[in-house]
Design a protein around this ligand. Structure first.
Ligand SMILES: [Mg+2]
Length: 381
């Protein structure tokens, strides 16, 4: 079997899909994307495809080595995401060629269902209680929300109180048997994050995500040591080498993104690395159906898996949602807040190719908001 063709599709709301076709008619799908930089990743995929066309698709690890290392310059979000999507497509092909779901090729399932959480509150969190109630009524046992929207570099007393109030509102609806996770989105300074974490502790968040930006990793060990709330991070880390110091800092939850951190091949390794540090895995996935399908394959096979993000109804999904490009939506039919294990070969999703080709003709130009502080200076989004 040889790879004949690699295509990419820029589809709303903000995604990029790739389709890898073989001379035997087996087709694999992947989702190589950096949100807001999809066109740039598309160009990187085109360059990598020059190498892949004509190759045996089943030599996944060798292709991963070549794609990540043979260009001399390595890593970063664009290249790692391009490799990630292609790697997903190669695993999809391998599963279809061997007649097995990807998790069977990764050592077999260690669980039969995967707990997923739903987003509430949007970019500027508000009306939390109503939204949490809607998600619990839909069966979810966990939600995640942003701690705050645009925030002063050193959160004021009022801003801090509002953060605590919103999480308290979520906790009141959830009760003690469901969970709320809080995403800081790197919007806080280290000192600001430390103060807010202490105040949130009595509300028992499942975890606090990205309390610091990746570039503040030097003070991460101190923050983790001071935080009574489990710390999660990883959506802006692109491989094992970047996870190593973070795990050494003692984070509780590693959040590699299947579409950013080198795909199924690398996230499988990151999961094992995290296990050595007693950290659990919660793959980042505010993305589309192929990224989620890849995440679930890891979730079914990783012993230290905690919970899975998914984008159904997320505030980013305008003009298309998680189910828009699927022939069969059953894999993402969540029951009691869980995705059930599928046994279909490959990634386990059937992509609606006509819908994808039609959507690509319109494309998208999604960019994240640009926020500024009251004095006009740049503010983290
Ligand atoms: Mg996040």
């Amino acid at each position: 079997m040889k790879i004949d063709r690699v295509e990419t599709f820029l589809v709303p709301p903000r995604w990029l899909f790739c389709r890898v076709e073989t001379d035997e008619g087996v087709v694999g799908w992947g989702e190589p994307v950096v949100e807001g930089r999809a066109e740039v990743v598309r160009a990187a995929v085109d360059v990598l495809a020059e190498y892949l066309v004509g190759q045996d698709p089943l030599r996944i690890e060798d292709h991963w080595q070549v794609m990540t290392k043979a260009g001399f310059y390595r890593g970063g979000p664009v290249l790692s995401s391009a490799v990630a999507g292609l790697d997903q497509a190669l695993w999809d092909i391998a599963g279809k060629a061997y007649g097995a779901p990807v998790h069977a090729l990764l050592g077999g399932p260690v669980r039969d269902r995967v707990r997923v959480y739903a987003w509430v509150g949007g970019d500027e969190p508000a009306h939390i209680a109503e939204q949490v109630a809607a998600q619990t009524e839909a069966g979810f046992t966990a939600v995640k929300m942003n701690a705050a929207g645009r925030t002063s570099p050193m959160a004021t007393a009022a801003e801090t109180a509002a953060i605590v109030e919103r999480v308290a509102a979520a906790r009141e609806v959830l009760g003690p048997h469901r969970d709320v996770a809080v995403d800081f989105h790197g919007r806080f300074t280290p000192a600001g994050a430390r103060r807010v974490l202490a105040e949130l502790a009595p509300l028992h968040p499942l975890f606090a995500e990205e309390p610091l930006l990746p570039e503040h990793g030097g003070v991460l060990p101190a923050l983790v040591a001071a935080s009574p709330v489990p710390v999660a991070t990883g959506e802006r880390l692109y491989g094992r080498a970047e996870f190593l110091p973070v795990l050494g800092a003692g984070v509780a939850v590693a959040q590699p993104d299947l579409s950013h951190a080198g795909g199924i091949s690398e996230v499988h390794r990151i999961a094992s690395l995290a296990d050595v540090y007693g950290a659990q895995l919660a793959p980042h996935c505010p993305l589309g159906p192929i990224a989620l399908a890849a995440s679930l394959q890891i979730a079914f096979s990783a012993p230290n898996f905690l919970i899975q993000e998914q984008s159904r109804g997320i505030h980013y999904n305008k003009h298309a949602d998680l189910l828009s490009y699927l022939v069969d939506t059953e894999p993402f039919h969540f029951v009691d807040g869980h995705a059930h294990r599928t046994t279909a070969p490959g990634l386990g999703v059937s992509v609606d190719e006509d819908a994808v080709r039609a959507a690509d003709r319109a494309g998208h130009r999604w960019r994240n908001p640009l926020w500024r502080h009251d004095d006009g200076s740049f503010a983290e989004w």
